[in-house]
Design a protein around this ligand. Structure first.
Ligand code: SF4
Length: 399
């Protein structure tokens, strides 16, 4: 995918170059960038993790590369993966198993499976059976958001995880290193925050598929390099002076785990929707805001999780009203409608959807809904649906 139409076939612009680098990482199913990092760091170890949230600071402070694993992204033929799962289940566990069984994850030394849903829990069990030589851990997250209960529980989980990771890498545990890692990830989240603000104010400057690629690159790049890439993208996109179109401003919600195909994201914009907020690659933006860099670093990470986790179907909602955060996001981003996009067979997203629809209806906010899978290949129906939705917003919306 290139911007030739916009650049008129001329030499690649600065923004094209940043996007091309990010897109190459997106297509790197062999994890060759991780191999290059290992080679450049004397064979240092790398630890993979599934969406949505793991505390990457702990992996980084243990001297290893955190590697976000987001399925096959439609680039892997599923042959053996299907044998491990029933047919009525989402796509990401199948492609993840396929990638592992075909050796593409052999260069990873450990795997973290955060608490998202039963599918991921089961996947962690399969991993232990299939890859007994690897470090594998299911990361439980609190279901109680009282800092004295859930905060203490999560702190003890994180301490145990950090001890495991240090044993894996051979590094001695160090609060100082942890605080340095937290500071680097704070920088990263701030850069991403600036990108999100730019998108909310000038969505024509930063197309959704480019923003997604810039976020996705954080799965593979060392944190400092990713921060630099995001900053470079912001600067290049601002300088590109792209034309403003009369698109409808929408929030895309439900894509927090299995990711939509890149072409689907592009299709939404071609259909007349500016995506001004979304929950794709949500782990890149988790927690919201800085983590404290003084005091006990593990307690600080646990506190940030308890108090500043983004709302998502895969997380316990301590305040009860599951629809309120989406309505707030629509208001904050000045969106005119919501696209509820959920992976097929995704229980967390699809069970929450009626609640979200009800909340949006009460606020008279327009929405449309469809399902996707990461290997979806036909986009015409979604293009027509999104185009009709955008047109209806422009013609009749009160939002
Ligand atoms: S897409 Fe949904 S059901 Fe599938 S693993 Fe992710 S959260 Fe679970």
């Amino acid at each position: 995918m290139t911007n030739e139409a916009e650049s008129g076939g001329a030499a690649p612009s600065a923004v094209d170059e940043v996007v091309a680098r990010a897109e190459a990482l997106y297509h790197d199913v062999e994890l060759s960038s991780v191999q290059r990092w290992r080679d450049a760091h004397g064979g240092a170890k790398a630890v993979g993790y599934m969406p949505i949230y793991v505390p990457r600071e702990l992996i980084h402070a243990a001297g290893m590369l955190p590697v976000g694993l987001m399925g096959g992204r439609g680039q892997v033929e599923i042959i053996r993966g299907d044998a491990w799962f029933q047919s009525y289940i989402c796509q990401i566990p199948r492609s993840t198993i396929e990638l592992a069984l075909t050796g593409r994850y052999a260069l990873l030394d450990g795997f973290l499976f955060p608490s998202i849903c039963d599918v991921i829990r089961n996947l962690s069990g399969m991993w232990k059976v299939l890859f007994p030589e690897k470090y594998v851990r299911y990361l439980d997250v609190p279901q109680n958001y009282d800092p004295d209960v859930g905060g203490r529980f999560f702190g003890s989980e994180l301490r145990s995880l950090y001890a495991d990771l240090c044993a894996l890498s051979g590094e001695a545990p160090s609060d100082e290193r942890l605080r340095a890692s937290i500071a680097l990830y704070n920088d990263n989240r701030r850069s991403i925050g600036r990108l999100m603000e730019l998108r909310a104010t000038e969505p024509w400057s930063v197309p959704a598929w480019e923003v997604y690629l810039a976020l996705y690159a954080g799965n593979l790049l060392p944190v400092e390099e990713h921060t630099a890439l995001v900053d470079a993208y912001i600067a290049a996109a601002r300088a590109a002076s792209r034309p403003r179109r009369d698109n409808a401003r929408v929030v895309l919600s439900g894509a927090f785990c299995e990711q939509p195909p890149l072409e689907l994201i592009r299709t939404l914009e071609l259909a007349g929707c500016y995506v001004v907020a979304d929950d794709m690659a949500l782990g890149r933006r988790w927690p919201e805001g800085d983590i404290e860099v003084t005091g006990d670093p593990i307690a600080a990470i646990a506190e940030a999780f308890i108090t500043r986790s983004p709302a998502t179907a895969a997380r316990y909602e301590p305040h009860g009203d599951r629809g309120a955060p989406l309505v707030q996001l629509v208001r904050k981003s000045h969106a005119e409608g919501v696209v509820l996009a959920a992976p097929s067979f995704c229980d967390p997203a699809l069970l929450e959807q009626p609640i979200l629809q009800d909340s949006l209806d009460k606020e008279r906010l327009p929405w449309t809904a469809f399902k996707y899978s990461e290997n979806l290949g036909q986009f015409q129906v979604i293009r027509e649906q999104a185009g009709t939705f955008a047109d209806s917003i422009k013609l009749w919306s009160e939002a």
